[in-house]
Write a protein that binds this ligand. Structure first.
Ligand SMILES: [Zn+2]
Length: 63
């Protein structure tokens, strides 16, 4: 009866989450990184501005 438990273990095929990660790594994200803190620190999205939570840098969105 141990065979039933074995059947439940299936090989992991391509995870759909990996696609999301590649998109993030491609740098096409709408999130801009802080010019002061450099890449890795992204600006928080606000209604009409982007702000860095680390150094306080704020960038206002203009149209
Ligand atoms: Zn910053």
């Amino acid at each position: 009866m141990a065979e039933k438990a074995k059947e439940g273990k299936k090989k992991h095929v391509n995870k759909p989450t990996s696609k999301k990660y590649s998109h993030y790594a491609s740098g096409k994200s709408t999130h801009k990184h802080c010019p002061k803190c450099g890449p890795g620190v992204f600006l928080a999205q606000h209604k009409d501005r982007q702000a860095c939570g680390k150094c306080g840098y704020t960038e206002f969105a203009r149209k």
